[in-house]
Design a protein around this ligand. Sequence first.
Ligand code: ADP
Length: 510
Amino acid sequence: MAVSNPTSTAAFLAAVTAALGADAVNNSASERADVGRHTLPAPDHLPAAVLYPASTADVETIVKLANEHRVALFPISTGRNLGLGSRAPMAAGQVVVELGKRMNRIVEINDDLGYAVVEPGVTFNAMYDELTRRGSALMMSPTAGPPDGSLLGNAVDKGGGAGPLGSHFDNVCGMEIVLGNGDIVRTGDGGIDSEAHPNWHVTKYSFGPALDGLFTQSNYGIVTRVGLWMMQRPAHIRMFFFAFPDDEDLGEIVDLIRPLKAAQVVPTMIRATNDLYLISSQQKHPRHDAAGKLAPLTDAERRELQKKHGVGSWMVSGALYGASAAAVEPALERVKAHFLRSGKARYIPVEEAEPRAIFQAAINSNSGRPAGGELQMLKWRPGDGAIWMTPGARMDGAAVNAFQRGCRAAAAEFGLEYMASFVCGQRFARGIHAILYNRDDPEEAARADRCYRKMCDVFRSAGVFVGRAPTIYQDYHQNQRTPEIVRACNAIKQALDPNGVIAPGRYGIH
Ligand code: ADP
């Protein structure tokens, strides 16, 4: 079912209004236009209406009515999915279910066992404020993206953050979901037929198949609650930064990070971020306000900007955690000696980094503070266009450097800037690429679209796939998978959502 027809949608909205009250439904032109807007190179996708359930029971009612009237829903939590589709549904005419507005309770924070239970509307900011207010011993893993984004939404879309718990879905334990067929299911130990579920959010692997992964990047149900593991806040956090001068240094950086992570010297993910990814969060393109088309930044201009902001072509950042400054000193000395051995790195002590805005995103995210440092990037070029491209890479310097070279060439070919940040563990790095362009200029938007596809080809030709994908490219990516896996995804859809009412087409699942 691609899009519901207007008659069935009108009857559905009347039934939802009768069941949940007029406050739960908004189909005003202004709200539809707002929710339908995104940053991708395609027309806005205006929803038919926006619904605001207040409880899991309300979500159940909405899903059952959608089945009755054969109406397509598009669930979002807070909908701050910038560069990936924002709040807009897969297709115009779908009904957006905005869970975050009224389902925004922190159900539990358990300091002793190190977890929290949240509804979809709990934002990174709200959790940070609540942990601070309680004087909690726990620290969260924020993103450098929107601080008013949803913890749950980010985790179920396999979003990433910083610190040791930077892979957010890894730390999900126990979900409540309203399936497309209207059933309410609780995964893991939440599934026992009992009043009490003491183990729901403390173990993932008890009886039966581990189902949680089915509800990530899919459209099989609406997630109404999750348990999230958090870590103890360390007594002392010591950031480190290194600047590397040349574009080609990325290979060496990756080969230096791998053994440090393997030896577990550094508990956080280590991030290697290029000059323009950081600089675009601080200022607009230097010729932003010039008349006519914005030609890409020249290399001389880029070097000028590096000097102005005191960064290299690549910046490495991470943090050490310990009981005191003295306790982390030996590890810091080891990290410094390791990176400086290359002869190319410049160490930037935290005293030098702390007062400078360009380092704040890394400092905040490794300290458990949501800060939204990357939001300003959308202002780099006029027209606020942004596409996020998120392929991964094995931690192999030569291979990552080849990707870097190919994507840099693609950006140049399409007259845009290369912006990338690799979030590195021992085995794998997630490469977050921002394609920033003028969405108000159709010709530049078409170039951005071609640039996205070309960059994806650079990775795909080496057998490497993207992670999170912008909504308008999800079918394109699903078609790059084998027919067998596509059939399996669609068969699960048929089993759990036989009328296809939840986000038809999301992640290419129909
Ligand atoms: P964030 O504000 O963290 O970016 P979003 O609400 O934008 O979170 O979530 C990212 C994407 O994940 C959404 O676009 C939506 O498709 C999907 N999603 C979010 N919340 C839910 C949910 N509770 N149930 C099912 N899918 C969801």
